[in-house]
Structure formats: C-alpha cells, structure tokens
Design a protein around this ligand. Structure first.
Ligand SMILES: [Zn+2]
Length: 194
C-alpha cells in the first residue's frame, strides 16, 4: 500500500473532520467550511464527504488538502503524522500547515464558484432533458431539450474534473471557465430559469 491507500484505510472522513475542528451533528452533518453555510449541509460519510450546498466532495485526503490548502500528498503526510500512522518519520504538523497562499485562496474561491455553477447547471439540464423532451415525432424540438442534449456530457465532464481531478487539472479547468466568461454565462442561465 502506498501512503494514500494507507491513510485512507486508517482514517475515516468523520475522524479527520473532528481532528481538524469540524463538529458533526448526530446526522453526520457539519457546516460546510468551503462555502458560507448557515445550516449544516456537508455530509460526512465514512469514506467521502459531500456538500449539498456547494457540491464540494472528496475523500479524507481531499478534505484535509482543502482545509489546509495542501497538495494531496502533503495532506496524506499530515494525516499520517496527526494520526500517528507512520511514527518512524512523521513530518511536523506545524511545518505542513503553512499559511495559505493568497493565489491558492483566490483559486479556491474561483473553484468553488465554478463547482456551484456547474452543479446548478447540470441539475437544470437534467431537468430540461426530461421536462422538454419531444412528445411527438415531428422534430420540433424545444431549445432547452436541445441544449440539454448538447451540453450534458460536457458539463458532467467538467464537474467531474473539479471533483476528482488533480490540482493541476482543476486549476486549468477553472482558468478556462473563468477566462472566456463561460461560467458567468451559465450562472446567468441558471438565474433566468430559477
Ligand atoms: Zn459547501
């Protein structure tokens, strides 16, 4: 087993969350640290977490990486150290928990925004695909149905990258989405419909 597998096998998401100051209620929900969350909307499962508010999701390493703005490998090392998994060569937690870099923080904000918009848009498209499906064979398709058919796979793909991609992949995707104004357009799309 490599470090990632060892850590994931040893530390549950709720354990890590509690270690790092999140306090799950009896339903295993916490107030999401990744968006402005008034009521607990982040669910801590044993192997993964998911936020119903902003769509943030990932495993125990991803959670730690986000909380401390670490790379996944650094997050795995921090978990190993904090939970005493590799007592032979534990990196000091203080050394790993460096102050957050402003650029990284800006990226995180952009990333969360992109995740939220993509998630909303995805749900909208899923709804449109069913709600505006053609009822006759005359080929008179509703624009919204056409858009859903054209965009669903692509938006799903983007959302997947932001959820499970490497930091580099996520950074590139967020940069593209922010750059050409695509994400703003989608956001507007969502507001009109909502
Ligand atoms: Zn959230």
């Amino acid at each position: 087993m490599n470090l990632f597998e060892t850590v994931k096998a040893s530390v549950s998401v709720p354990d890590a969350a509690k270690m790092y100051g999140l306090q799950p209620n009896r339903h295993g929900m916490v107030r999401c640290p990744f968006h402005d969350d008034r009521h607990p909307s982040l669910k801590l499962n044993e192997d993964y977490y998911y936020c119903f508010g902003c769509g943030a999701a990932g495993d125990v390493i991803d959670l730690t990486a986000r909380l401390f703005s670490l790379r996944p490998y650094e997050a795995a090392k921090k978990l190993a150290a904090d939970f005493g998994i590799d007592p032979d060569k534990p990196p000091s937690a203080a050394a790993l928990a460096k102050p957050k870099h402003p650029m990284i923080r800006a990226f995180r904000e952009d990333e969360r925004y992109c995740q939220r918009v993509l998630c909303d848009y995805l749900h909208l498209l899923e709804d449109w695909k069913v709600r505006y499906a053609p009822t006759s064979m005359d080929g008179d398709y509703d624009d919204r149905f056409v858009e859903a058919c054209q965009m669903l796979d692509y938006v799903e793909y983007l959302a997947d990258i932001l959820t499970v991609g490497t930091l580099e992949q996520r950074a590139a995707t967020v940069k593209d989405l922010m750059k050409d104004g695509m994400i703003g357009g989608l956001d507007e799309n969502e507001r009109i419909a909502g």
